[in-house]
Design a protein around this ligand. Sequence first.
Ligand SMILES: Nc1ncnc2c1ncn2[C@@H]1O[C@H](COP(=O)(O)OP(=O)(O)OP(=O)(O)O)[C@@H](O)[C@H]1O
Ligand SMILES: [Mg+2]
Length: 236
Amino acid sequence: MLLNINNLSVNLGGLNILHDINLNVNDREIVVVVGANGAGKSTLMRTIIGLNKASSGTILFENKEINTLQSYERANLGISLVPEGRMLFSDMTVLENLQMGAYPYRKNPKRVKENLEKVFDLFPVLYKNQNRKSNTFSGGEQQMISIGRGLMGEPKLLMIDELSLGLAQKIIDLLLKTVQKLLLNNISVLMVEQNVRQALKIANRAYVLDNGSIVLSGSGEDLLNNDHVQKAYMGL
Ligand SMILES: Nc1ncnc2c1ncn2[C@@H]1O[C@H](COP(=O)(O)OP(=O)(O)OP(=O)(O)O)[C@@H](O)[C@H]1O
Ligand SMILES: [Mg+2]
């Protein structure tokens, strides 16, 4: 198993934000977390990468407990986060943003170049415009830069917080197809998504997070056909 979270609880500012979370990601899986605003989705991802602290429970990555590791150590093990809001260095070029993601092996120019080529293969528009500042790109293209930066860390697990937020349908389709392609390169994906129907369609498995607790889990198809999910998250 790639990621194995057991009875994880997280407190922030004196409040209990996540309660007793159990969640797994296997090799070559797309796992989606669905939940309303404020449910704790970002907190979960930030805790996995080490930006928030677990108050109890364990997080295992490839069977090794990572709770006490720093974020950069978790990144070195193969976990990347594409954060909510993309968080690009807006005054830096595409190339510079991508190079930031290569931090763990920055002294190996050959490896940096090989990974840049992989990102440019996925997103040719970035190759053509690699010397333009990131704040001159559309929202969808900025999301490509942010995903590209995540991939530059050579993740085994890529976490994406709100892939589609604010983007046009056409670009969402393209980004979701790209996410599916990652599995072919042995990268598993843990995604938080408000575009519930489309995300569940490509999910191997999914979890519903409600007010800090997992209230439902199953295959993407099970959840697509689930009454509660349809009513609460798909407006049916
Ligand atoms: N540093 C913090 N201190 C106290 N409370 C926090 C902190 N960060 C987040 N919270 C609270 O934790 C809860 C979960 O927030 P989180 O950002 O994880 O939700 P989310 O599911 O990602 O929401 P959204 O869909 O709006 O992105 C919210 O009630 C939020 O106000
Ligand atoms: Mg969030």
